[in-house]
Design a binder for this molecule. Structure first.
Ligand code: BGC
Length: 269
């Protein structure tokens, strides 16, 4: 563990933390001293592996199952978290998925699944966290804020994405969810921000990097010329959750190697 942990004694919930970006965020928060709930909906063994890795590193973690789009399961997960850790200081709304198709072929089921998990799931978890932040208020020994929420968005909250209309719509929605919550809750000392990852090497976008041809094509979209790693996002999340970023609220921090700089325009237009 970090010798001077900036999240010491704080409790964090990371949704969808059994793989990819969520896993790296859970590990980074624990490494900075937070007690971490590793949420998952499938693959409990993968969640347990994240818990084991955190414990092996001297941290504290438990795994809790909940489908973030299910209100009763979300509420039960928060009750279990409070029973284990007492409260919540940091929520990382990370759980999300893609169900891609051409627009004319997109089923209502695939539209709704993506909106329910990516957007409504963030609302349900944020609401439970905010209720607890308001009930408890600031605990100065832990943080100068009453609570911190980090929404995992995407470059696709601003970059339109054909073939992924449900996903891009969910991320555009997350942007306004985050900003409206941030505006409403700032007077209560609750900070709400988003991280906008670009192409991060995880299972969600395997087809974009698992052959040299695919990776080369992807790199034409990334001025910094490398694919992102989950740890790039983990480090940012730990900082955004800490008092070091106390004056930041209502902002999306893009972590994308310049993908949002529209690199196609560097030699065109
Ligand atoms: C998507 C990835 C994609 C990246 C950049 C992310 O939000 O989940 O599949 O590679 O955006 O386009």
């Amino acid at each position: 563990m970090n010798p001077n942990p900036k999240l010491k004694g704080q409790s964090a919930l990371v949704t969808g933390a059994n793989s990819g970006i969520g896993k790296a965020v859970a590990i980074a928060l624990a490494n900075d001293g937070a007690n971490v709930v590793v949420n998952y909906v499938t693959h409990p063994e993968a969640a347990q592996q994240v818990v084991d890795e955190i414990k092996a590193n001297g941290g504290v973690a438990i795994a809790l199952m909940a489908d973030v789009s299910n209100e009763a399961q979300v509420q039960s997960m928060f009750r279990d978290m409070f029973a284990a850790f007492g409260t919540i200081d940091i929520l990382v709304n990370n759980a999300g998925l893609q169900k891609d198709s051409a627009f004319q072929d997109m089923s209502l089921a695939d539209w709704q699944t993506v909106i329910n998990i990516n957007l409504t799931g963030q609302f349900l978890c944020a609401r439970e966290a905010v209720r607890e932040f308001l009930r408890r208020g600031v605990v100065p020994e832990r943080s100068v804020a009453a609570g911190k929420i980090i929404c995992m968005s995407s470059v696709h909250e601003v970059i339109p994405w054909g073939g992924h209309v449900n996903y891009a719509t969910s991320k555009g929605g997350i942007m306004m969810l985050m900003k409206s919550m941030a505006q409403e809750l700032a007077p209560k000392r609750i900070r709400v921000n988003s991280i906008g990852p670009g192409a991060i090497q995880t299972p969600i976008n395997r087809s974009a990097w698992d052959t040299p041809e695919a990776l080369n094509s992807l790199l034409t979209l990334i001025p910094y010329n490398r694919i992102g790693q989950p740890e790039d996002i983990g480090k940012l999340a730990a900082w955004l959750a800490s008092d070091e970023s106390d004056y930041i609220t209502g902002t999306t921090v893009f972590c994308d190697g310049g993908m949002t700089l529209y690199p196609g325009f560097s030699t065109n237009g």
